[in-house]
Design a protein around this ligand. Structure first.
Ligand code: ATP
Ligand code: MG
Length: 215
């Protein structure tokens, strides 16, 4: 079962991971973004993180849930909800390492979204704490993937796009609208982010639903 799962993950994400490692000098922190809901950001962030960890066992991989609007990694991966990114950048936790949790793969670390700040969260992405968090990730991990809320709904991903090395945009042909995808990409560019690629999710070969939900 685990072997079948790995084969499916590598089939879907292996080539993208190879390309990311090819550019790993310049690309270490990667934001997974999309225009709207349900386009597959979480599925893609997980798929890339798992494929990276499977294909490069000597590399350390980090998967971060930076979607405070719809945090889901803790449920999907059965990790504890807190402390996570929001606890860290909100100041409830001092050390990033307190928020790192193990996964089922020895070289894949997970950071959940953490607790709600009770206030406006977009502003937290502008603060120094989030920069420190990204810096820590760069020092400790070879690749870090950040799940995020939809670009056309919230500013969170735009602020994050400025401080990560690069952005991968997810497009789901069955539901994505071309004009909104283009607008989201332009929004990221105007915010100072760099989109290095679009990932077509659920195009011809949907991931089996048992796996898409529990990657
Ligand atoms: N390639 C795929 N094949 C099959 N199912 C998929 C695929 N991609 C996503 N799904 C399913 O579609 C739903 C939405 O996917 P996902 O949660 O990854 O999107 P999202 O962009 O993170 O959504 P949200 O805006 O709710 O955070 C999930 O039930 C997921 O299992
Ligand atoms: Mg999601």
């Amino acid at each position: 079962m685990a072997r079948d799962k790995n084969i499916i993950i590598i089939k879907h994400y292996g080539r993208i991971v190879d390309r990311l490692f090819f550019r790993s000098e310049e690309v270490r922190t990667i934001l997974i973004a999309s225009a709207f809901h349900k386009e597959g950001r979480t599925t893609t962030a997980q798929g890339l993180a798992f494929a990276s960890a499977i294909l490069r066992p000597s590399k350390q991989i980090l998967l971060v849930d930076a979607d405070f609007r719809n945090p889901s990694l803790h449920c999907i991966l059965s990790r504890k909800e807190r402390p996570g990114l929001l606890d860290l950048i909100g100041g409830d936790v001092n050390e990033a390492s307190d928020c790192y949790q193990r996964s089922e793969l020895p070289n894949l670390t997970v950071m959940t979204a953490g607790g709600t700040s009770g206030g406006e969260v977009t502003g937290l992405f502008r603060g120094e704490a989030v920069m420190g968090c990204l810096q820590n990730a760069k020092e400790r991990f070879d690749l870090a993937f950040y799940d995020s809320p939809p670009v056309r709904e919230y500013l969170d991903a735009l602020y994050l796009s400025r401080i990560v090395d690069t952005v991968l945009m997810v497009v789901r042909p069955k539901i994505s609208r071309l004009d909104e995808v283009i607008s989201a990409r332009n929004d990221i560019h105007h915010a100072g982010g760099k989109v290095i690629g679009l990932i077509m999710n659920d195009f011809r070969n949907p991931i089996p639903s048992f796996l898409a939900k529990h990657l």
